[in-house]
Design a protein around this ligand. Structure first.
Ligand SMILES: Nc1ncnc2c1ncn2[C@@H]1O[C@H](COP(=O)(O)OP(=O)(O)OP(=O)(O)O)[C@@H](O)[C@H]1O
Length: 247
């Protein structure tokens, strides 16, 4: 059974079909990238997978359960985690404090009877571990406002991992990064590969070709091709529709 299955998903905005009878699967441990030109419907799709955008028709299954009508919070509890760019970070707080807030949100009220000191400790350990996994182990007590852009993006990933997800929805994790930062993020994602199902939307093709087990090409909301990096590079329809002469 696939970790994520999308069947005949449709989302319309007036006369525009942003997601057009889209089928898609992610296996446990698989990195499945979605590429496509601007306006192809990538963000709309991620929004539907996360539960922020309601599809008009079609179904989304997570571990075999139909989650199409479930809200964001319910999906998050199942292990579907979207990285929320910068906006969800509190700049005056330290990296550790930011991740602790995510851990607290994820633990929810099941810890309400704990003493404050005990509760604090129960937040610190998983938060620290998540920060170490993304390479920020030496920046635990640095206020986020003092961190470089690339480090802030690493922090977002730590916040996602702290929720113990099974599926990561990564919407342009390299956006706004320098080349050096992009390479560092690629290495980081490579180190996580195999441990989570990952849906990766990214314009940086070097990163996509390095990271993805499979690539789906989206054009006008339709999946026009799905395969390995080699398959996609060789596909004439993809070259015409998307990769252009650079291919
Ligand atoms: N809330 C909305 N209302 C109306 N149209 C929308 C809305 N959101 C997206 N669209 C349209 O749906 C289409 C898909 O947009 P979407 O942002 O999902 O594409 P994208 O592939 O993520 O683009 P980009 O690579 O530029 O981020 C576009 O034509 C866009 O204008």
């Amino acid at each position: 059974m696939s970790l994520l299955s999308v069947r005949k998903l449709v989302k319309r905005y007036g006369g525009l079909t942003a997601t057009d009878h889209f089928d898609f699967d992610v296996q446990a441990g698989e990195t499945h990238a979605i590429i496509g030109p601007n306006g192809a419907g990538k963000s709309t799709l991620i929004g539907q997978l996360a539960g922020e955008i309601r599809p008009d028709s079609g179904q989304i299954f997570f571990s075999g359960q139909d989650i199409t009508k479930e809200r964001v919070e319910k999906r998050a509890l199942r292990g579907v985690a979207r990285s929320y760019q910068i906006t969800s970070i509190f700049p005056p707080f330290t990296a550790l404090q930011n991740v602790m807030l995510t851990v607290q949100a994820h633990q929810g009220h099941s810890f309400r009877f704990w003493s404050p000191a005990g509760k604090q400790q129960s937040l610190i350990a998983p938060a620290q571990e998540a920060l170490e996994r993304v390479g920020l182990g030496r920046h635990l007590h640095v206020p986020v406002s003092d961190m470089a852009h690339g480090q802030q993006r690493q922090l977002e990933l730590a916040m996602v991992l702290a929720g113990q997800p099974r599926l990561l929805l990564l919407d342009e994790p390299m956006a706004g990064m320098s080349q050096a930062e992009s390479l560092q993020m690629t290495e980081l994602l490579l180190s996580l590969k195999g441990q989570y199902g990952i849906v990766l939307v990214e314009h940086d093709m070097d990163a996509v070709f390095k990271l993805a087990d499979r690539i789906t090409v989206l054009v006008y909301g339709r999946g026009i091709a799905c395969g390995s990096a080699g398959d996609i590079r060789r596909n004439p329809e993809v070259r015409t529709a998307y990769l252009g002469d650079d291919a």
